[in-house]
Write a new protein. Structure first.
Length: 524
């Protein structure tokens, strides 16, 4: 037991040096003036023996804000982390399991449909353009992606966009660059050591972390970014995991890096998610390689069969030559019953992980770090209130992540394996999603279905996926009225016009990446 000296929150200690630890450290240090006389002190402890997980290569557009907030340069991201621009996801084979057959694919672009919220685009699409993919009628971005164009021009400043975008990058290199930035520019103290023991105050708060070579590191607030080990929240406090394996079955991933056949191979603009008999493969294009993986349910297929399918996917998509054995990663889909307990908050894998579909994990890290920074309690006395708000907000967000991911499986008509059939059984549907799916038989997902201010997935994302997967609301008295089609038509025309203009103005993704690597981007 240790004595508490005073009540102020002056020193934050972060355990773990993966993407979660460094993003959180950088944000807190930058926004709470670490290194200045009255600033917050931020220490990050990272084991020299346990490397970060090193996967997690797809981000949301929110990463642009996060990087801007911590003062990290986009040019550095492209040059040092092999980053490319991600404009959304392309799903193949999710509806009927025939990825090769034209038509069994749809897109979830990052840009909102033009006119979203102003008119009923779904009714207009069904009345007049139902023979074309929804996303291609309501958004210019699928056209940009299909043609392989970048979301910005050579002269567009860092983080500014012509079309909305996030990133694909090398996760290992990203961690290294974040560390260098946080230590060199943001005054984060970096301790390379193993934590073996947690020391407590007599009220149960964490007082200090005992390291092997640097002694006891005391702090006021502790952030657990120790990955799946969840050393503080899980092991020390015993906060359990709320499993969602009965809703989302995937629990294993195989990851592989695949070189391009030629230096000028086009770089894909989207994460390509191809459905497999018991899971799906991701395919991510970086500057000089692809990141490819297979995430699957070990209850529905063997590891050998999953590896065979991954390699078949790689060969079918241009991967050739000797390939290394894929790396296997097991995970328990779910999240901790609470993320904040006493003076300890879990961020990243230590708080939970569902599966990589739609790449929500780093987005939740960003949201967690931003919330902690925005709501940083000044004293221990305020902490319980902030803890309650945080836990409430993130319990809601984890549930919405599960709803949205499950939507991709629940609407599939694949009938070829138990895996896909089981995904449609009522017992495997979250209740809220089951209710919404009933409502969406007669109307499209819309804003009031997702009413919180910072929803993880907006109604527009639900529309892209639901209508992409073939959910076509039955017309009702309101939606069959021709005035809705008339009202939507100008937006569809403007979208088509914008797509043509963008194709004329935007460079190819590889040209832009090569240009940035050679010349950089103008600072914003
Ligand atoms: C297969 C797969 C694919 C994914 N794809 C995506 C994606 O496309 N997009 C996305 O957003 N996310 C993705 N994720 C999630 C993403 O990888 C993580 O959210 C992200 O990397 C953050 O990890 P982390 O920092 O929480 O943990 P880790 O990277 O595991 O870091 C843990 C850190 O804790 C340290 N540590 C642990 N114990 C101790 C100790 N006792 N003492 C000292 N240090 C300790 C380790 O040294 C390490 O530095 C994916 C995850 C998986 C499994």
């Amino acid at each position: 037991m240790m004595m508490r000296v005073n009540d102020d929150v002056r020193h934050v200690v972060i355990l773990g040096g993966g993407s979660a630890g460094w993003l959180t450290a950088a944000l807190l240090a930058r926004e709470h003036h670490a290194g200045e006389p009255d600033g917050l002190a931020v220490t990050l402890i990272e084991s020299p023996n346990t490397p970060p997980i090193g996967v997690g290569e797809g981000t949301w557009p929110s990463m642009r804000d996060t990087l801007r907030r911590i003062g990290f340069s986009e040019t550095t991201l492209v040059r040092e982390c092999d980053a490319s621009f991600k404009q959304g996801s392309l799903f193949r084979g999710w509806m009927r399991g025939r990825a090769a057959v034209e038509g069994d694919q749809y897109r979830h672009p990052f840009t909102l449909p033009m006119g979203f919220g102003d008119v009923d685009l779904v009714a207009g699409w069904l009345q007049r353009h139902g023979d074309r993919p929804f996303a291609e009628v309501v958004s210019a971005q699928p056209h940009v992606c299909m043609a392989g164009h970048a979301p910005k021009q050579f002269a567009t400043p860092e983080f500014a966009a012509v079309a909305n975008y996030g990133y694909h990058f090398d996760a290992g290199k990203f961690g290294v660059q974040l560390r260098e930035h946080a230590v060199a520019h943001l005054h984060v103290r970096h301790v390379l050591d193993d934590v073996d023991q947690v020391l407590s105050h007599d009220d149960g708060d964490i007082a200090a972390l005992r390291t092997r070579r640097h002694g006891d590191i005391a702090g006021d607030l502790f952030i657990d970014c120790s990955g799946m080990a969840s050393v503080l929240l899980g092991q020390h406090y015993g906060v359990g995991v709320r499993s969602c394996k009965h809703l989302l079955f995937n629990d294993t991933a195989l990851a592989l890096q695949v070189p391009y056949p030629a230096a000028d191979t086009p770089i894909a603009c989207e994460t390509i998610a191809t459905a497999q008999p018991a899971g799906w493969t991701w395919d991510i294009g970086l500057h000089d390689r692809r990141g490819v993986g297979h995430v699957y349910s070990s209850a529905h297929t063997s590891h050998e069969e999953a590896e065979r399918q991954l390699l078949a996917h790689v060969r079918a998509t241009g991967g050739s030559g000797e390939l290394p054995a894929p790396r296997r990663i097991a995970f328990e889909p779910g999240w901790r019953e609470r993320s904040w307990h006493r003076n300890c908050i879990a961020v990243g894998l230590s708080a939970g992980f569902v599966e990589p579909l739609e790449a929500s994990a780093l987005a939740l890290v960003e949201l967690s770090a931003a919330t902690i920074s925005d709501e940083m309690p000044a004293t221990r006395a305020e902490m319980a209130l902030v803890e309650k708000r945080f836990n409430d907000a993130f319990a809601y967000r984890w549930e919405r992540v599960v709803d949205f991911l499950k939507l991709h499986y629940a609407l599939s008509r694949r009938d070829d394996t138990d895996y896909w059939r089981a995904h449609r059984e009522r017992a495997t549907l979250p209740d809220r999603l089951a209710d919404l799916l009933t409502l969406w038989r007669h109307r499209a997902p819309y804003r009031q279905d997702f009413f919180r201010i910072e929803e993880v997935f907006p109604a527009a994302s639900y529309q892209y996926v639901a209508h992409g997967m073939g959910l076509l609301p039955e017309p009702s008295a309101r939606t069959r009225h021709p005035s809705l089609g008339e009202a939507a038509e100008p937006y569809f025309r403007e979208t088509a016009h914008l797509a043509r203009r963008m194709l004329g103005a935007l460079p190819l993704q590889r040209s832009l990446i090569d240009h940035i690597r050679a010349h950089g981007l103008p600072r914003g």
